[in-house]
Design a protein around this ligand. Structure first.
Ligand SMILES: Nc1ncnc2c1ncn2[C@@H]1O[C@H](COP(=O)(O)OP(=O)(O)O)[C@@H](O)[C@H]1O
Ligand SMILES: [Mg+2]
Length: 248
């Protein structure tokens, strides 16, 4: 069914471009009232921490009273697997996780955001139509990177895509999040320099390399459920706080 109803496309008989359609859907959302924020974790590089940070951020928002939906836009379905492991092991549901690895993400996510405070998108491991679609839906893109110059450079394609998207969506925000910093070290000068060369800032908050992240996600849980006052939990709380501030 066409959910757009009587849109400009039907009036003029012409097809809308993605940009036009997105502008239309944003205007419609504003006219209808408050809508939640869409946060996309994107980096075409596998292992950067998209799923780890998406599940934890969504969890932090949920635990602090927000209505959250996590959209798994990775065809491999790691966030869905997490939710399934969680259900199977009898842990309560923290937030809804839905598989939406489709190019129609940019149409669905704003609709879902009408019923939520935050929609978190766990991005795909490639730069393709799916990543573009996530970019059309997002208010904020977080690019997780490991703290090396190589990993910053490896996000180049995604950075390029976000830069292009901002030409017709200037309100789209983007920031790097350093993930897997080795505890007790500061990130190297080369990585800092590589980040400084990028068109988007890196958040001050950094997430460290900690076993509890890997272990908890594997068990369908989150770090702060396994160890409520652990350093990992504090880092995620700080990250969620920084994200909220960016979206104010
Ligand atoms: N901060 C971290 N500390 C420890 N392990 C991490 C951390 N971030 C990610 N990992 C681990 O690295 C692997 C890849 O992370 P994942 O979030 O699945 O990346 P992506 O979704 O970008 O492919 C997973 O095994 C995950 O448990
Ligand atoms: Mg993933």
């Amino acid at each position: 069914m066409d959910q757009r109803g009587n849109t400009a496309a039907q009036k003029t008989g012409g097809a809308l471009s993605d940009a036009e359609e997105n502008r239309l859907s944003e205007a419609k959302t504003k006219a209808e009232g408050r809508s939640g924020k869409v946060i996309a974790l994107l980096n075409q590089k596998g292992g950067a921490g998209k799923t780890t940070l998406a599940t934890h951020l969504a969890g932090e928002f949920a635990l602090t009273g927000s209505r959250v939906t996590l959209l798994d836009a990775d065809p491999q379905g790691s966030a869905l697997d997490w939710a399934q492991r969680r259900a199977q092991s009898g842990h309560g549901r923290l937030y809804g996780v839905f598989g939406l690895a489709r190019d129609s993400l940019h149409q669905e996510a704003p609709q879902i955001a009408l019923q939520a405070d935050f929609v978190v998108i766990d991005g795909p491991p490639r730069v393709a139509a799916l990543a573009r679609s996530a970019l059309l839906a997002a208010d904020l893109v977080l690019i997780p990177v490991q703290p090396s110059a190589y990993d910053v450079w490896a996000s180049h394609e995604m950075v390029q895509l976000i830069t292009e998207a901002r030409v017709f969506r200037p309100q789209l925000r983007a920031a790097f999040v350093i993930n897997r910093r080795v505890v007790g070290t500061v990130i190297g000068r080369e990585a800092r320099a590589a980040l400084a060369d990028q068109p988007f800032p890196a958040l001050q908050v950094e997430v460290s390399q900690r076993i509890v992240f890997a272990d908890s996600v594997a068990a369908g849980r989150l770090a702060f459920e396994v160890a409520p006052n652990c350093a990992a939990a504090r880092e995620i709380a700080a990250l969620a706080h920084a994200v909220r501030e960016m979206l104010l």
